[in-house]
Ligand binder design. Structure first.
Ligand code: ADP
Ligand code: MG
Length: 311
């Protein structure tokens, strides 16, 4: 069954287009990653799904419900951990969980949740005295306290140290194993790759690519690079003429050939015909960071290149 369906979402703030045209479907039980540079429209999209922002056009369905018309019902099935969340400084961990659970018809057992999130020792600690990781875990607990079928987690490991990030990841997997569908927003590729069943790469308010982590890498690998030195002088045209080759660069005697398809066999074939031996031959292995750059033209976590105006 479909957990979330977003179709042709569009949202602008004044003249600024935040979400241009975003569509995707999240199936029940999956961890669906939304990744993109800062300012690409991720938070606007997920907060629209949660009914916290009103899109200008497009449609959203959450387990068949409309986030605006069916707001009360959506609140019961959808938990949100917001990018910017703040709680009263003096509230204690157990108090916060107890209070939030009272807002729901069928809340989770908040003590169990406190245990699951490793916060039992901090039960009487005030919010202001919690570490960054503990605050983050509390906000995840609060997103889950209503016993939601879907949880939206927006940049949940930003600001955490590497160990706390890894702990949070295993926690998310445990939550998924309890049957909760997770919409995970992040600008960290390693996080999206490690956790997500599928990933939507968002760029400038649009879906630049949508696939499994392995599928994204395979798509990006469609563009390959072969590097080598030549055993004797060679005319560049021998390679640029090949249908698989899109670019040939020579720096300090090192050849770098970019292209698609059967690039390696095509290049080595042409070299053999020219009686040239490729020395120190390397073929680029693509990873998900490269895939991200291939789809968006920039590194994960980098800001949007320029402000875009409505057209
Ligand atoms: P992301 O979560 O991917 O960083 P956002 O959805 O927060 O992206 O923002 C997308 C764009 O919309 C950005 O250019 C941002 O500055 C702008 N924006 C977001 N929220 C508001 C708002 N409440 N008012 C005006 N502009 C906003
Ligand atoms: Mg955001």
């Amino acid at each position: 069954m479909t957990a979330i369906e977003v179709r042709n979402l569009h949202k602008r703030y004044g003249q600024r287009v935040a979400v241009d045209d975003i569509s995707f479907t999240v199936e029940e039980g999956e961890i669906f990653g939304v990744i993109g540079p800062n300012g690409s429209g991720k938070t606007t999209t997920v907060e629209s799904i949660a009914g916290l922002r009103t899109p200008d056009s497009g449609s959203i369905s959450v387990l068949g419900l409309d986030p605006h018309k069916d707001r009360a019902e959506v609140r019961e099935v959808l938990g949100v951990q917001l990018q910017e969340s703040s709680f009263p400084d003096a509230i204690k961990v157990a108090e916060a969980l107890d209070l939030y659970s009272s807002f729901y018809r069928n809340p989770a057992d908040w003590r169990e949740l406190m245990e699951l999130l490793g916060l039992t020792e901090q039960r009487t600690t005030q919010y202001k005295a919690l570490s960054g990781g503990q605050k983050q875990r509390l906000s995840i607990a609060l997103a889950l306290v209503g016993n939601p079928r879907i949880a939206i987690l927006d940049e949940l490991t930003t600001g955490l140290d590497p160990q706390a990030r890894r702990d949070t990841w295993s926690l998310i997997e445990r939550v998924r194993d309890t049957g909760v569908t997770i919409l995970l927003v992040t600008h960290f590729m390693d996080e999206a790759e490690r956790l997500s069943d599928r990933i939507a790469v968002i760029d400038s308010g649009r879906v630049a690519a949508l696939d499994t982590p392995a599928g994204l890498i395979a798509q990006a690998s469609a563009v390959q690079q072969v590097r080598f030195r030549v055993s004797r002088p060679l005319d560049k045209n021998v390679l640029t003429e090949l249908p698989e080759v899109t670019d040939v660069e020579i720096t300090d005697g090192r050849w770098s050939v970019t292209g698609r398809g059967q690039l390696l066999s095509s290049v080595t074939g042409a070299l053999a015909r020219a009686q040239v031996v490729a020395e120190d031959l390397r073929v680029d292995q693509r990873n998900l960071d490269d895939a991200f750059i291939a789809f968006t033209g920039r590194a994960p976590g980098s800001p949007a290149p320029a402000e875009r105006k409505a057209h």
